[in-house]
Ligand binder design. Structure first.
Ligand SMILES: NC(=O)C1=CN([C@@H]2O[C@H](COP(=O)(O)OP(=O)(O)OC[C@H]3O[C@@H](n4cnc5c(N)ncnc54)[C@H](OP(=O)(O)O)[C@@H]3O)[C@@H](O)[C@H]2O)C=CC1
Ligand SMILES: C[C@H]1O[C@H](OP(=O)(O)OP(=O)(O)OC[C@H]2O[C@@H](n3cnc4c(=O)[nH]c(N)nc43)[C@H](O)[C@@H]2O)[C@@H](O)[C@@H](O)C1=O
Length: 327
């Protein structure tokens, strides 16, 4: 891209302080790209009038929609109304204002939980809307499905270029380590670390440990997003020309939660036993993504799981030393 094209680009990262948003900012900054950003306190994306005023003022040309109400299995199951309400509102407001203000390209982030609970594995983009969803995160998943449909509908009616990317389970620097609301990987890092310090013989983990999950490091996720948004017009448009206009983003392999506990305990250096709290839900038995649509275009992840957990643990230790995680 020429320096003039780069200078004319006005890139808005919605959710820039989150796990993916912060990785996007790192990635875009490394490319010399200026990023437009607002904190949640400065701009509440559930409020249509605020979003409209922001787009009118800043006139972004490219939008990464990484703001959402996000949480692990128990958070999704405990606050289903918030998960559907906030996500529908955020994505509706941002997508609509992006169209009204002539945004050239938008990337909407969904989730692998959009696919049916009993989906054939690995899950392909075409499997969308082919069966019932997992109940623990159905409200969140339905909001995400509505977001994909909204991108598709605006593309068809208004000729916009709005693409959806479906991340697998993510982890990395800046993750949420709150034990009630977080996803499994940050929860295990914190649990094993604190158990090691206390000398606990046992650590509780949720469910049976049998579900399988696929994990991707947040910087790889950001890399894939920037790769997709930077595709030449013909290749970007070829992704929009099929229904659904979405791309799975993952690493292409998974492991059981039980094996994940083994891996995280090794990285953290905890040698005690894991006990399974089967009063907590297992969720989807398996959700491995078919990432062929993306990898066939030339993209692949760089950080393997053991190395990524090491990087995430180093970030956890740094943030803890700075006084985070007092909850
Ligand atoms: N983490 C994961 O494992 C996965 C994430 N995804 C998707 O990827 C995207 C990014 O997720 P992730 O980075 O993990 O999420 P985070 O929770 O880390 O970040 C979300 C960001 O959105 C902001 N936000 C939430 N509500 C509002 C609002 N009403 N107005 C303005 N900003 C708001 C948050 O700000 P604040 O904290 O101040 O509220 C936060 O900065 C989301 O769409 C998510 O659904 C998909 C699959 C897996
Ligand atoms: C990304 C995805 O994340 C959510 O789905 P999920 O993959 O089921 O989420 P999770 O990371 O919280 O759990 C994965 C597995 O791990 C087990 N598990 C063990 N011990 C802990 C534990 O200590 N904490 C958590 N959270 N889980 C644990 C847990 O019981 C489950 O079997 C969606 O709601 C939705 O938000 C979404 O899209």
């Amino acid at each position: 891209m020429s320096s003039t094209e780069q200078a004319n680009k006005r890139v808005y990262v919605a959710g820039h302080r989150g796990l993916v948003g912060s990785a996007l900012v790192r990635q875009l900054a490394a490319q010399g790209q200026n990023v437009i950003a607002r904190t949640h306190a400065e701009l509440d994306l559930t409020q249509a009038d605020q979003v409209e005023a922001f787009f009118a003022k800043e006139k972004p040309t490219h939008v990464y929609l990484a703001a959402a109400k996000v949480g692990g299995i128990v958070a999704n199951n405990t606050y289903p109304a918030e998960f559907i309400r906030d996500n529908l509102a955020i994505q509706t407001n941002v997508i609509h204002s992006a169209w009204r203000h002539g945004v050239e390209r938008l990337l909407f982030l969904g989730s692998s939980c959009i696919y049916p609970r009993e989906c054939p594995q690995p899950m392909r983009e075409e499997h969308l809307l082919t069966g019932p969803l997992e109940p623990t995160n159905r409200p969140y998943a339905l909001a995400k499905i509505a977001g994909i449909e909204m991108c598709s509908a605006y593309n068809r009616q208004y000729g916009t270029r709005f693409l959806a990317a479906m991340p697998t389970n993510l982890y990395g620097p800046g993750d949420n380590y709150n034990l009630q609301n977080s996803h499994v990987l940050p929860a295990l890092i914190r649990k094993f670390h604190e158990a090691k310090l206390r000398g606990d013989a046992q650590v509780p983990a949720w469910g049976t440990g049998t579900p399988l999950r696929e994990f991707l490091y947040s910087d790889d996720m950001a890399d894939a997003c920037v790769y997709l948004m930077g595709l030449p017009d013909d290749r970007f448009d070829s992704l929009l020309s099929v229904y659904p206009p979405l791309v799975n983003v993952g690493c292409g392999n998974d492991l059981s939660i039980k094996d994940l506990t083994q891996l995280v305990s090794e990285v953290v250096g905890y040698t005690g036993e894991v006990v399974w709290d089967t009063t907590k839900p297992d969720g989807t038995p398996r959700k491995l993504m078919d990432v062929g649509r993306l990898t066939s275009m030339g993209w692949s992840p760089k950080v393997d799981l053991r190395a990524g957990i090491g990087l995430a643990y180093a970030d956890f230790l740094k943030r803890q030393a700075e006084g985070a995680f007092r909850d």
